[in-house]
Design a binder for this molecule. Structure first.
Ligand code: SF4
Length: 425
């Protein structure tokens, strides 16, 4: 069969590629697309899957206000276009200097977002002050479609109600809201109901995180690779009606490319997509999906150290918040230098160093698997991602895939501005 892409000219092919996977149109070896700073580990919640293993009071060793202002200057030094800047925790609202930090970031031209915890500190007044200081967006965690499911994750009653309340208040004062959901076995079959809430309450983006068994999340049960495949295909479907992104499931990009090719090739491609029981259940529970035109937001081709950098509460610089291998500390070395030249960051940007199935995979240049999960499960930063069940070379439409990959890889390293608060938090 002739490739469905073979009749497209190079410009049309490039457009088709960009509709499938989005590029951060900056040189990702030179500057990140997004910088996340864990401003504190203090938090009044006790979430079952907390990466930060949060505590009630702040660590005396956390970065001071002066350190934080200096860090923001270092982030601004990456140049234009500036990275997205996200303040996370713990609960950032536990810091008294939060408004000052946000104001300074905005004054340095950084598009700034916040990941607060849904506690009594998350008031309309606090959000309004932060917005006045220059905050663009917030992200709120939603791990269940009802109070019993969500609150049992979060370790405190009333968290579900506070989340919905803050969601509405944030909209009223003009802040964009992203919703974050962590997928574990506990909420796997609740995902369709959560997706309906995301749609009904008009979230800017649904950010779906796939558990890495680290921190307090070490004790939670991971879903199977086949279930993950079903969830990613469900996310691809709902991505036709609202923006969806994944964290620590980079193979969403593989699924998006496979589905795009399958859609192009028509019914003859059925053998390339065999949905499982979890997919059928989620689709049935969600109900009809009527695409509204172009896909709302294709996945973005960034990964740990390739467009992404995480700064801990004490200033350690990690490729991801779930990959606790430090490249150095911003108290002693400037962040741009650590991002551009440290051994960990440069090695992670070389997909040819990957091992196992990820090393052999034709999708590795745009995917690469979760380095955090590989490290958490095997101690090897470059091992295959066990949550992906793909066998390299098994996708039957390799010619079509190659046609899509070529313009994507050619595009790498071009300059431009893709800043978008929809990926900010
Ligand atoms: S095998 Fe690795 S690189 Fe290939 S799709 Fe899966 S996670 Fe991505």
């Amino acid at each position: 069969m002739a490739s469905p892409f073979s009749t497209l000219d190079s410009l049309s092919l490039e457009r088709a590629a960009n509709r499938t996977i989005r590029h951060a149109r900056v040189d990702l070896s030179h500057r990140p697309f997004i910088v996340i700073w864990e401003v504190t580990r203090a938090c009044d919640l006790a979430c079952l899957h907390c990466r930060a293993t949060s505590m009630a009071t702040a660590d005396p060793a956390e970065l001071s206000t002066a350190d934080g202002l200096e860090l923001i200057d270092q982030i601004a030094a990456f140049g234009s276009p500036p990275p997205l800047f996200v303040l996370t925790g713990g609960d950032p609202l536990k810091r008294r200097d939060l408004v000052e930090l946000v104001r300074h970031a905005a004054s340095r031209g950084l598009p700034t977002a916040l990941s607060p915890s849904a506690t009594p500190l998350l008031t309309t007044q606090a959000l309004a002050e932060l917005k006045d200081a220059g905050l663009v967006a917030i992200s709120l965690s939603l791990d269940g479609s009802s109070a019993p499911i969500h609150d049992s994750f979060r370790g405190r009653e009333q968290t579900f109600a506070r989340t919905l309340e803050a969601w509405e208040r944030a909209h009223e004062i003009g802040l964009k809201v992203q919703v974050n959901t962590t997928v574990t076995r506990r909420n796997l079959r609740d995902l369709a109901a959560i997706a309906r809430l995301v749609l009904e309450h008009r979230a800017m983006t649904w950010s779906v995180f796939f558990l890495v068994q680290t921190g307090r999340g070490s004790g939670l049960e991971q879903i199977l690779p086949t279930e993950c495949e079903d969830v990613l295909n469900f996310l691809y479907d709902v991505g036709a009606i609202f923006p969806v992104k994944t964290t620590e499931a980079h193979h969403f990009k593989r699924v998006a490319m496979q589905r795009a090719i399958i859609e192009q090739t028509g019914s003859a491609a059925d053998r390339a997509f065999e949905p499982g029981e979890t997919y059928r259940y989620l689709r049935r529970e969600f109900g009809p999906i009527v695409p509204t035109g172009r896909r709302r937001r294709p996945p973005l081709d960034i990964n740990a150290a390739r467009g992404f950098v995480f700064v801990s509460h004490t200033g350690e610089v990690y490729p991801s918040g779930f990959l606790p291998l430090s490249a150095g500390n911003v108290r002693t070395t400037e962040l741009p230098s650590l991002y551009r030249t440290s051994a960990i960051f440069t090695a992670l940007r070389e997909t040819r160093l990957l091992e196992g199935r990820c090393g052999a995979c034709e999708f590795a240049p745009v995917c690469g698997g979760s380095r955090s999960r590989a490290f958490a499960q095997t101690g090897d930063l470059l091992a295959e991602d066990a949550l992906c069940g793909y066998e390299p070379g098994s996708f039957p439409y390799q010619a079509e895939l190659a046609a899509l990959l070529v313009p994507m890889l050619k595009d790498r390293g071009h300059s431009g501005d893709e800043r978008d608060p929809a990926t900010a938090v």
